[in-house]
Design a protein around this ligand. Structure first.
Ligand SMILES: [Zn+2]
Length: 218
């Protein structure tokens, strides 16, 4: 593993983000009308006329879109990981779900970052439905996020809920705030990863995880 990845790993490990599956709501949630008025203000700030025909219904659409783009705030983790399955025979090896596509928004500029999450865990007696892992990723992605915090929240949620022998996560994403503004470097990808349990303690398992998510057979 090269130095850049190691540095990223250290920074992800230092993240202290916990299981804030249902963060406290903003002190006073504004009304839909107030939210639409705020969008009109931003349209005018951008330099356009919010009253012109093409924009007149935009605030309504933006507020509806926000309900979908940020629905992760309204999803309790218990509802996502509500069922596990015990009939796994003697299976005790790694379960890998790779290429989980996600769309999120950076909390600094509120512009999208998107990419893929790869998750693996070693089950102990029970497994979780594979689609549930993708839903956990979605639940944390559909919030205002940093990639580092999202990575840490996903692994913490899986670790604390499934209590497996270990969890591994690698997230790779492109940040539109780096592509469209600021340093303007489209195509740069940011990689974060974090390990718990046997993945953290056994470098061989990290290598197997990396090989599996790259498509090689272990
Ligand atoms: Zn940003």
């Amino acid at each position: 593993m090269d130095a850049v990845l190691n540095a990223l790993m250290r920074s992800a490990k230092n993240e202290t983000g916990g299981l804030d599956a249902s963060p406290a709501p903003a002190p006073q949630k504004p009304s839909r009308e107030e939210a639409e008025a705020a969008v009109r203000t931003l349209i005018a700030w951008a330099g356009d006329n919010p009253e012109r025909e093409g924009l007149i219904d935009t605030p309504k659409r933006v507020v509806r879109a926000y309900e979908e783009l940020y629905k992760g705030y309204a999803t309790p983790l218990e509802n996502v990981l509500d069922r596990t399955f015990g009939e796994i025979g003697n299976f005790d090896d790694m379960v890998v779900v790779r290429d989980i596509v996600f769309y999120s928004h950076c909390e600094h500029h509120m512009v999208p970052f998107m990419g893929k999450a790869h998750v693996a865990y070693f089950p102990v007696e029970r497994v979780v439905g594979l689609s549930k892992i993708a839903r956990v990723v979605d639940m944390y992605a559909r919030r205002l996020q940093t990639q580092e915090h999202m990575t840490s929240q996903i692994i913490t949620a899986l670790d604390e809920t499934l209590k497996p022998r270990g969890v591994a996560i690698l997230v790779e994403a492109e940040h539109m705030c780096m592509a469209m503004r600021g340093i303007q470097k489209p195509g740069a990808s940011t990689v974060t990863m974090q390990f718990t349990g046997v993945f953290r303690d056994d470098p061989q398992e990290q290598v197997r995880f990396m090989n599996l998510i790259r498509g090689a057979r272990s």
